[in-house]
Design a protein around this ligand. Structure first.
Ligand code: ADP
Ligand code: MG
Length: 283
C-alpha cells in the first residue's frame, strides 16, 4: 500500500528534542508518533539517522524496543512513524519526582533487555541512553527508542566524531584524547546515570551550567545510591558497578542480567500499569 506523507493528519505535538520534533499523527485509524528531523548536509549525520531508522524498523520482534511503522524522506526532512507511547521517563520524573524502587526494577529489566537485544541481534550500541529515550505506555510496558546516533559497533570504533547528549556521556567519551576507549560499556555508564536520576528524581551531576557538569563527570566522584536513603543493597551495588570510571571494570549485559537486582525484578510481581494509573489520577 502506497502511503504519502500528506495522508497523515497531525493531531498534537508530543515534544521536541535535540534533533527534531515529535508529533501525534493519524493515518486512517492508526494513531502514531511521528518524529520529524531536518535533513542535513552532513552526510555522517544523515547516515546515522538512516541507520537508526533501519534498526528500529528491523526490531519488530523485540518487545522492549519502540515499534516503527515506516518512514518518509524528502529533501528537507525525514519522518519516522512509530508507535505512540504515554510518556518518556524524563517527563515522568519531572511530574512525579523519584520513582519507587520496584518500578525502577521493572524499568531496568526492559532497558537492559533492549540494550542486550540491540547488541546481540544488530551489533549496535545505543549511544544515547537517557530518561527521555525510555518510554512508557498506558499498560505499563517500558520500551527504548531513538537509536538516533547508534552505529554498528565495528564501524563506531573508527569514527572520531563525538555524538550524543554530553551530560549522560561516560567520562571516556567526554575526554577528546580518549575516543578509543569508547564502546558498549559507555552505554552501561549512561544506564547507571539514568538509574540514579530515576531513583532520586534529579540529574546526579551538579553545576551552574553544562560545562561545570561536564567537569563534574570527568573529575568528580561517580554518583552513588545509599542504603541509608532506603535503597536496597542490590540496587546500590548495581549503580556502583555500572558507574566506574574505568570502562573495563563495568559489567556487560550478561553480567547485568545475572545481577541479583535484575534477577529479583525479572520475576517480581510489580504492577507498573496500576502504579502509572494511580500517579496519573492523583491530581
Ligand atoms: P530527546 O529524546 O532528546 O528529548 P526527541 O526528539 O527524541 O528528544 O523526543 C522529544 C520528546 O517526544 C520526548 O522527550 C518524548 O517525551 C516524546 N516522544 C518521543 N517519541 C515518542 C513516542 N513514540 N511516543 C510518545 N512520545 C514520544
Ligand atoms: Mg529522544
Amino acid at each position: 500500500e502506497h502511503v504519502d506523507e500528506h495522508d497523515l493528519e497531525q493531531l498534537a505535538e508530543l515534544g521536541h528534542g535535540s534533533c527534531g520534533t515529535v508529533t501525534k499523527e493519524k493515518y486512517k485509524s492508526l494513531v502514531m508518533a511521528v518524529k520529524t528531523m531536518p535533513t542535513s548536509s552532513d552526510s555522517y549525520l544523515m547516515s546515522r539517522i538512516l541507520m537508526d531508522i533501519n534498526v528500529i524498523c528491523q526490531s519488530f520482534d523485540c518487545p522492549y524496543v519502540v515499534k516503527c511503522y515506516g518512514y518518509f524522506i524528502n529533501d528537507n526532512h525525514v519522518k519516522v512513524c512509530m508507535e505512540v507511547m504515554a510518556t518518556c521517563l524524563d517527563r515522568l520524573i519531572q511530574r512525579v519526582g523519584p520513582i519507587p524502587e520496584p518500578i525502577i526494577g521493572k524499568m531496568t529489566v526492559s532497558i537492559i533487555n533492549a540494550l542486550h537485544y540491540l547488541k546481540t541481534r544488530h551489533s549496535i550500541m545505543h549511544r544515547d541512553v537517557k530518561p527521555s529515550n525510555i518510554l512508557l505506555d498506558w499498560s505499563g510496558v517500558i520500551k527504548m527508542c531513538d537509536f538516533g546516533i547508534a552505529g554498528r559497533l565495528v564501524a563506531s570504533r573508527a569514527l572520531s566524531k563525538q555524538a550524543g547528549c554530553p551530560l549522560y556521556m561516560a567520562p571516556e567519551r567526554v575526554d577528546p584524547n580518549n575516543l578509543e576507549a569508547y564502546g558498549i560499556r559507555s552505554d552501561v555508564w549512561s544506564f547507571g546515570v539514568t538509574l540514579v536520576e530515576l531513583a532520586t528524581g534529579q540529574f546526579p551531576f551538579h553545576g551552574k551550567n553544562d560545562m561545570e557538569r561536564l567537569i563534574a563527570i570527568m573529575r568528580g566522584d561517580p554518583p552513588r545510591l545509599s542504603v541509608t536513603d532506603g535503597f536496597s543493597p542490590e540496587f546500590c551495588n548495581l549503580v556502583e558497578i555500572c558507574l566506574q570510571r574505568n570502562p573495563e571494570n563495568r559489567p556487560d549485559y550478561n553480567q547485568i542480567l545475572n545481577h541479583p537486582f535484575l534477577q529479583y525484578h525479572m520475576v517480581a510481581d510489580t504492577n507498573v500499569e496500576e502504579w502509572f494509573f494511580n500517579v496519573n489520577n492523583q491530581d
